[in-house]
Design a protein around this ligand. Sequence first.
Ligand code: HEC
Ligand code: HEC
Length: 254
Amino acid sequence: MRDNKAKFPHFPGSTLNRLAVGVAAAIGGLLLAGAAWADDHERDLHMYEKANSLESDLEHGRKEYKVCVVCHRPEGWGTKDGQYPQIAGQLRGVIIKQLEDIRSRNRDNPTMFPFATSQMLDRPQDIADVAGYIARLPMTTDVGHGSGDDLEHGKKLYDEHCAECHGDGGEGNAEDLIPSLYGQHYAYMVRQFEWIRDGRRRNGDPKMIKQAKMFSERDLKAVMDYASRLPVPEEKRAAPGWKNPDFPEYVRSE
Ligand code: HEC
Ligand code: HEC
């Protein structure tokens, strides 16, 4: 055996040993932590982070979107009854995060769950592509609203409690993964808000949850009615009568 002292002449042997033990312990600790990280949820989180850093290939995204069309339709405009959200035009990072939350069961969505699992979107690139495709779909402005008779109260609540995160115009925040709210159906938002408040959607922002718990039924309806009427920016709106030409074979019921 070679003497360490010969290799590191300036270190007395005992210091060197202590150093070696320290380094070994640190590496051991890292390995243990690494093993704990490697569960499914963490793998999913990694997928999502990876997807977020990739460029979207929109042509491939269109192909991925084919399976989503059954429920979300070619335009991604959702339904006024709030069963489906308008996903068209949502921020790309938010779409990626929602997909990840649905697949890791952070959001109860039994209908969509099979479509968000790794068999369907099995590479971070797939997630980035389909999210990029949806994000650039033009939006409908024909969305569901509330009764319209408490909008002043709604605006006051929105400006006081929501704008700091969702933006004055409901534009959301790409960096902090806060959804845009303009163009979203009233009934969908009411349901999401209730689900975030009641923990059925377990990815909510803690500050928003706290706030939501203080809101009365009247407050909730008023603020969502107001939010559903925030104008969709001009450049994100679909032209009148627009149908997504990428899905010519899709049969529309109406
Ligand atoms: C079987 C029907 C179904 C299919 C197929 C489906 N979805 Fe969904 N999706 C839903 C429903 C229902 C919701 C609303 C869930 C809720 O209310 O929490 C939803 C919600 C979402 C949301 C969250 C939007 C938001 O702002 O909260 C995203 C993003 C989404 N879907 C993307 C996709 C993509 C991408 C695909 C295809 C890979 C897809 N969905 C396939 C039914 C479906
Ligand atoms: C502290 C920041 C914050 C505040 C304040 C806040 N939100 Fe949110 N909100 C979020 C985040 C973050 C999400 C996305 C949670 C997730 O990842 O599912 C969200 C999600 C939502 C959604 C679901 C949107 C979708 O497409 O699924 C609605 C609706 C909503 N917020 C409405 C409101 C309203 C109305 C208010 C004011 C009463 C409010 N929020 C206040 C951060 C906030």
